[in-house]
Design a protein around this ligand. Sequence first.
Ligand SMILES: Nc1ncnc2c1ncn2[C@@H]1O[C@H](COP(=O)(O)OP(=O)(O)O)[C@@H](O)[C@H]1O
Ligand SMILES: [Mg+2]
Length: 427
Amino acid sequence: MRRKRLILIAPTTSYRLHDFLRAAESLGVDTLILSNRCRTLSRLWPQQNLLSVPYSRPAEAVAKVADYCQDRPVDAVIPADDNTTVLAAMLAQQFGLPGNSPDSMRFCRNKYLFRHNLAQSGLPAPDFFQVPLRENPESLARRVRFPCVLKPLHLSGSRGVVRADSPAEFVEAFTRLRRLLQSREFVQKKEPESGFILIEEYIPGREVAIEGLLSEGRLDILTIFDKPDPLEGPFFEETIYLTPTRETTAVQANISATLEHACRVLGLRHGPVHAEARLNDRGVVLLEVAPRTIGGLCSRIFEFSSGISLEVLVQRHALGEKVATGDLIRSPAGVMMIPVPGTGILTSIEGVDQARRVPGVVEVSITAEVMNMLVALPEGASYPGFIFARGATVGEVETSLRQAFAALHLEISPTLSVAGEYTTACG
Ligand SMILES: Nc1ncnc2c1ncn2[C@@H]1O[C@H](COP(=O)(O)OP(=O)(O)O)[C@@H](O)[C@H]1O
Ligand SMILES: [Mg+2]
């Protein structure tokens, strides 16, 4: 029997590549990695299973992959990150594989389209509207009801998401977000989404994250995470995720029904979903639904809790196998995304060994490199690292994570910001 082949779409900056490749190896599956790696450099490093494609021109990328795969059958396509989901759907269509339509992926990728598509669903939702960057913030501030949240349409990890409680805060947030979206990074990418800001009513309430798996439109909840830190703004740095959730069975059922309903409306039918929601007296208010697995290194929680790898599960599902979705969390577990302490050059990281010795801690993974730039929210895009813990109760897990974090010390050397772009003070 021939070995199965899986396409993994992972950008050069992906946290997920290692865990997905390890999973494919354990399943005895061949992988073809589609990266947005610079084409010039790619020619210097020819590698059997790596193809560089232009993510920003998906039709061209699909043609290149189809050509490359003429004599190489493809059995599944997996997007590792948010900005690869539309390309994954187009490739699944090209190879006649089960998956979501490219349109449904676009609805999830663009926060305005997401809200717009759910607006008629009857599900609880905030008021929202989008405005072009050229709009005058002072006059907008007169139309807006407070508190509100401003956000870019297509970024992730809370990047650019800012709460405003007054006209003055609104003008400041709008100007700051406009500066970010007009910075070199976004001008170079030329994505139309960078030309707009979404303005939403602020949704109060507790926040949860949901990991699910859709099979032909039916949703299985893999787990619900509680986020115990208050996320009240003005910026929304993700920190701790704990599982299993402490929400009641009735609330969990409502979360599941709401998410399944939203997936139906959005046209999502098959594969992993990662969603976030706030819980309040209006019910379950979805913040976003992403057709991919949980980001960063967070999926390791599953392996620490039950020995079951989320990447293995998702790959087997994508290859058409029937997978058991129960029992993924056996002991309470959690992760802390280490907050960025400030904007500047990371000059040293201390206390990692002490953090690792905290009872309950199973891994402290520092992903930032010393002498690299760290950028705090709302402009920043990545975390310096992740702490994982498990314990007899979620309360114990939370304590372990907080103790480990307290043992860490990240030293930052300040930088100068010139016209919204960051430059190092030390040259
Ligand atoms: N309308 C809102 N009301 C309250 N909090 C919000 C709202 N929108 C976003 N947030 C907060 O900001 C975080 C990031 O927003 P989200 O839309 O999920 O963007 P991202 O794709 O960057 O994660 C959310 O997890 C939530 O804590
Ligand atoms: Mg989010």
